[in-house]
Design a protein around this ligand. Sequence first.
Ligand code: SAH
Length: 258
Amino acid sequence: MRTPQPFVTLVGAGPGDPELLTLKAVKALQQASVVLVDDLVHPDVLAHVSPHARIVHVGKRGGCQSTPQAFIEKLMVQEALAGENVVRLKGGDPLIFGRGGEERAHLLAQGIEVRMVNGITAGVAAVQDLGAALTHRAHAHGVVMVTGHATDKGLLPPVDWAGLAHAAHASHLTLVIYMGVQNVATIQQGLLMGLPPHTPVALVENASHAQSRQAHGTLHQLQNLLTQSQISSPAIIIVGDVLRAMAAVQTAPETKQA
Ligand code: SAH
């Protein structure tokens, strides 16, 4: 009998709210025999995993490399070759700042089939929490998702925040900044070189979670906003005029969900 082709499924768990899982994600979790879980995954998502499956937590919270990437990749390969149905469960979407691309390349190089399941990325959930629209046509032509964290190992030069601000201003782009909390001073300073100080900004911590928190202000206030609100990781920073269109929601709190 032919040995079945080993495979791993990279699954996006969404931003937090377990009801934002896709049907494909639920199916993959039900069928998995080994689940490798990142730490931004909401614990309730694991309710879909079979009681017979093995769950391994492999998070790297706050830049502390508790489980090095190389070890995670090795473990996925090992389990898949042993005939396990391996699910690699990641917060948000596996391919948005989730190293899904690197993991897919590694698995394919080892002859392992890779199946992908998209998830709702945190930036999109954050804007929904704010009652805004990422591409409200009166305010934006598009969106830039950008990391606020310097790239590891010098793979790329750092983000040119001033250049990005000029582009965002000229072309009416909303900025959705991931992993920006620790680097907020540099981000603010760079963005102020190309965007007006009164540009609206918002911070959203734990988007889509019941305990989600937000802070609103202007680009000029960004760093103070973070200090005063004590918002911390995981958080998204949104910058752009689309935030002007949330006024209607703010003045009508009864329309907000509890
Ligand atoms: N693949 C993930 C992103 C991983 S990078 C996705 O698609 O959402 C980790 C960063 O994502 C965090 O530093 C934070 O900026 C953001 N993030 C993840 N979950 C979040 C949440 N629920 N609320 C706010 N930001 C979140």
